[in-house]
Design a binder for this molecule. Structure first.
Ligand code: FAD
Ligand code: NAD
Length: 509
């Protein structure tokens, strides 16, 4: 039996309703949760009004369906009748209506390209857009290749070599300062995928290998010259005639947002309690994956819940908060640690909590727009976190206190409901004792009468006190993360206090 949230929970005005999607602005009506939507899609009801037929849709036809009560949207060439989905959209009906009767691909990619609409909206599929004859000159390459070619000299290239036992794929990024976080390699079922992140672009080598290789691979990076070597071990010591068959996106340089999210299955190796409702999940990457999640970035987890693929973002943390943390060398693959609050009626977190040690879950490549360089040039770092909005602050704290010498002060103000909700309280207090640059303050919104610390929610007066520069002209960075209203209010207060956009980083999806 599925653990289906009762329709009355949370209360209609509850913050949790608004927080179902990080960008949600509109509370959903009772009975309109994601689980309710999944139920409706499984009910056998004709959601397109076409009795299961798929049709070819012309632009003129698409444009006719532009009303709330009759709304079609095209995403990546597929047309969906989203009329029945209107009330279930966490971002609200008006947001969905922005793409009514038109191609909503760009809008979708801007807002939440990670949501796997194919699975969520499969019962709403009307058909494909009719292909317009294109009068393209002969030999013209598709858009993604043209992009690479236009930057000719700067476009990465690749080559490969072999010995009796090894295959080495070399990628010449033609870019300095390529580090391990910018190289993501996976090899699954003979398919090799090597991605290099180059600012907002991604270069991909993607081939179906000629022969089988062993599970573990190695990646060597010559940072200064931007050369990346992927070393694979042949399963059989035979001579390969070719590296393999190029796959669709092979040897392309395109905008990162244009690449679909890539997932690999990771094994749950441990699950430990952090507080009464929050757990630390340790996932092991396959040996055939090379990936490390940069500070300030998140990954997406994907699970199939009641037959529908559901995706949610989570921000990896470290296993604990020491100074000078280094990933321990370990057998098997590298680890990803996630600190996750289990909501009693949460669709995804309830399913996560039911995972057993040894079970597998799909984890995406990292995403996010935080740049470490923002911290590297700061003298004062102020971190504002609420609830699990603490998660991006973990790696950020470690990075700031171990690698940024110009920082004079690092302060965290951590908002929670009760004392029992404070994540890693004693670790934070110990860190403050250990490093005099670091200070932590806890603020409770629902304290017991014994609480002698600060109480309340985020406010201008609290922030005014907290974000004071250590010197008159100190270079400041303020990072904020928590429930959407918390972040939005915080950013507004900071702006009112005179801080500029460049001095504030708000974490969001
Ligand atoms: P949902 O089912 O989405 O419910 C969320 C809340 O809404 C719950 O309180 C639930 O009770 C309530 N709800 C239930 N039914 C409805 C309804 N009908 N309408 C509206 N609301 C309803 N979380 C972490 O714990 N750790 C992290 O590291 C983390 N990182 C994140 C990073 C990013 C970039 C973002 C955007 C979010 C992050 N989150 C993180 C939050 C996470 O993505 C999920 O939103 C969270 O785990 C809740 O998922 P859920 O499916 O269990 O809850
Ligand atoms: P919670 O409900 O336990 O609340 C923690 C504190 O947040 C409260 O004590 C209060 O001080 C503050 N708060 C809550 N609602 C508020 C409101 N409406 N206005 C002002 N302040 C408010 O928090 P939680 O359940 O741990 O939720 C954490 C949130 O952080 C989730 O919404 C999650 O999606 C988000 N999150 C985002 C990211 C990210 O964007 N990168 C990462 C992690 C978590």
């Amino acid at each position: 039996m599925l653990n289906v949230p009762p329709q009355a929970f949370p209360a209609p005005a509850s913050q949790q309703r608004v927080a179902a999607d990080s960008r949600a602005k509109v509370p959903l009506k009772p009975g309109r949760s994601l689980m309710d939507w999944i139920r409706l899609t499984k009910s056998g009801k004709d959601l397109t009004g076409l009795k299961g037929r798929l049709i070819e849709v012309t632009e003129d036809e698409l444009a006719k369906h532009n009303k709330k009560e009759d709304c079609w949207i095209c995403i990546r060439g597929f047309v969906y009748n989203v009329t029945p989905y209107m009330e279930y959209h966490p971002g609200g009906e008006d947001e969905l209506m922005k793409a009514a009767g038109s191609d909503g691909t760009d809008l979708f990619d801007q807002v939440h390209r990670w949501v796997n609409y194919e699975s969520m909206l499969k019962e709403c599929l009307v058909g494909r857009m009719a292909v317009k004859p294109i009068a393209a000159p002969k030999g013209m390459l598709p858009e993604k290749k043209v992009l690479g070619a236009s930057a000719k000299g700067l476009t990465p290239s690749y080559d490969w070599f072999q010995t009796d036992s090894l295959i080495t794929v070399v990628i010449y990024t033609k870019q300095k300062d390529v580090n391990a976080e910018l190289v993501i390699v996976d090899c699954q079922d003979k398919q090799l995928r090597g991605e290099i992140i180059m600012d907002d672009h991604s270069y991909l080598v993607e081939v179906d290998l000629d022969h089988a290789v062993q599970e573990d691979l190695a990646v060597n990076i010559a940072e200064k010259v931007g050369k990346v070597e992927i070393i694979l071990k042949k399963k059989d010591n035979i001579h390969w005639k070719m590296l393999g068959r190029p796959l669709e996106s092979h040897n392309t340089l395109i905008k990162r947002t244009g690449r679909g999210l890539f997932y690999r299955k990771c094994k749950l190796v441990s699950k430990t309690e952090v507080t009464h409702d929050t757990k630390l999940f340790c996932l092991m990457l396959p040996k055939s994956t090379h990936l490390s999640v940069p500070t300030g970035q998140h990954v997406y987890l994907k699970q199939i819940i009641a037959g529908t693929e559901v995706v949610k973002p989570y921000t990896p943390v470290l296993p604990f908060l020491p100074l000078d943390f280094k990933e321990p060398s370990c057998h098997g693959g590298a680890h990803v640690y996630l600190m996750i609050k289990i909501y009693s009626c949460g669709l995804f977190t309830q399913a996560l909590d039911h995972l057993q040690i040894g079970d597998y879950i799909s984890v995406s490549s990292p995403e996010g727009n935080f740049k470490k360089s923002q911290v590297q040039t700061s003298e004062d770092l102020f971190l504002l976190a609420a609830g699990t909005g603490f998660t991006p602050m973990v790696k950020l704290l470690n990075f700031a206190l171990t690698e940024v010498s110009c920082l004079r002060t690092v302060k965290l103000i951590f908002f929670n409901k009760t004392e029992d909700d404070i994540l890693w309280r004693s670790q934070l207090e110990q860190l403050a004792l250990k490093d005099e640059r670091f200070e932590v303050q806890f603020v409770l919104s629902q304290p017991t009468k014994d609480w002698v610390g600060k109480h309340g929610k985020i406010s201008s007066s609290l922030l005014c006190e907290f974000v004071k520069r250590s010197r008159k002209d100190s270079k400041v960075l303020i990072c904020i993360c928590g429930p959407t209203p918390f972040t939005e209010q915080g950013v507004q207060y900071l702006k009112d206090l005179g801080y500029s956009q460049e001095e504030i980083h708000a974490f969001s999806a």
